[in-house]
Design a protein around this ligand. Structure first.
Ligand code: XIL
Length: 371
């Protein structure tokens, strides 16, 4: 009798301890914390998406609902010579995101950097004619986008087209086709996958001159009926840039222009600034003064870094009505390109997770409130 009377109580106890266990073993996640605000993403390298880095896989699967390819979809990787496509890494990247139900971002279709050398040149090594350039752009965009049609949420169609003074970068695309290369690329992309979102993506987006040019490009595309869905504001930051007010103004102005705003490539260098841009062609001689914290970030710098990141995240939350995604350029500090740029061999601390894979303190208030 006693046993029977006790049974419901025991069952209840069992249920409680299971529930407790679940809370204890499922840590709060960034994707839950920001679920009502925007997608939260990370750039992944091929170790993770080729199954060689289970620790990063666990972190990404828990915290992120969007991923972007750090390198494997760039033209030098995916289309290294004319007519030759290397799909393996990009296929694994897309499968990785698809299996986990993530919003997958393709990066990038047209970019002057990491551009396959053959792309703008004829057999004599001279720039190709405008007609040939158009054919190559159309082929590249259509071949890559068609392979992943229906699987990719959005594409960085054109990356880093404008300089800080608002003028067009003198890339091979611009030299051969002029300003028209952007509308042309967007038309090709819209035709290749009508369901994928199409973006312009660039750094130094707090620059007023750059903002003006991008606003003009957005207005021009819209006036011509060419689809553009969003603008990616690369978030490569440091301890003394960007100007927060100008960065916020850019978020507001792009939002008003009727496109989605994404904070892409977010990282904040904790080290002395060497160069504010993200022009990866720059090199600076290694200098010990510029790698001051190889054994860990001093507490005061760490506090200041977290305070700046927290202010930025608060800014993104204030504009969650127009911001559709916030993506970090990497997972934990050891995976950041900033360890090797603008010079090799730095120990950097720019990402959302430390080398021990713990979330940085500025995220705590969001993680705690989402529990
Ligand atoms: C970087 C990658 O993180 C590095 O691994 C690679 O060596 C160079 O490119 N702007 C961009 C990104 O749009 O594609 C760049 O990624 C960083 C700057």
């Amino acid at each position: 009798m006693k046993t029977i009377a006790l049974l419901p109580a025991l069952l209840l106890l069992g249920a409680c301890s299971t529930a407790q266990k679940e809370t204890a073993t499922t840590p709060p996640s960034l994707k839950d914390a920001f679920a009502d605000s925007f997608l939260i993403g990370a750039a992944l390298n091929t170790d993770c998406t080729n199954g060689l880095d289970p620790a990063t896989d666990s972190l990404v699967s828990l915290h992120f609902n969007s991923i972007v390819a750090e390198n494997c979809m760039k033209s030098e990787k995916i289309n290294p010579s004319e007519g030759v496509y290397e799909w393996d890494d990009a296929d694994n990247f897309v499968n990785y995101g698809t299996e986990r139900g993530m919003k997958i971002i393709g990066h990038t279709l047209l970019w002057h950097s990491q551009l396959a050398p053959w792309f703008p040149l004829d057999s004599a090594g001279n720039n190709v004619t405008p007609d040939v350039m158009k054919q190559r752009i159309a082929n590249h965009i259509s071949t890559v986008m068609t392979r992943y049609k229906g699987k990719i949420h959005g594409w960085d169609v054109v990356n880093e087209a404008i300089l800080e003074d608002g003028s067009y970068r003198k890339s091979p695309f611009y030299e051969i086709l002029g300003e028209e290369f952007i509308p042309f690329a967007f038309s090709c992309a819209a035709a290749a996958d009508p369901d994928a979102e199409l973006y312009l993506n660039d750094y130094s987006m707090a620059s007023p001159a750059k903002r003006e040019t991008y606003l003009k490009i957005i207005a021009d595309l819209k006036a011509r009926g060419i689809r553009i869905d969003g603008i990616g504001m690369q978030g490569h930051m440091g301890m003394d840039y960007p100007d927060f007010a100008e960065f916020e103004k850019s978020i507001e102005e792009y939002g008003k222009a009727g496109v989605g705003v994404m904070i892409t490539e977010w990282d904040m260098s904790a080290l002395p600034t060497v160069n504010q841009g993200a022009n990866v062609a720059d090199t600076t001689a290694f200098n010990k003064l510029l790698n001051p914290y190889p054994d860990g970030l001093p507490e005061d710098i760490d506090r200041e870094w977290n305070e700046r990141m927290g202010r930025m995240m608060d800014m993104f939350m204030r504009h969650a009505d127009v911001i559709t995604r916030v993506t970090a350029w990497g997972t934990d500090d050891s995976k950041s390109w900033k360890n090797d740029w603008p010079m090799k061999g730095r120990t950097e601390y720019p990402l959302l997770f430390s080398r021990s894979l713990t979330p940085k303190p500025f995220l705590n208030k969001y993680l705690i409130s989402s529990e």
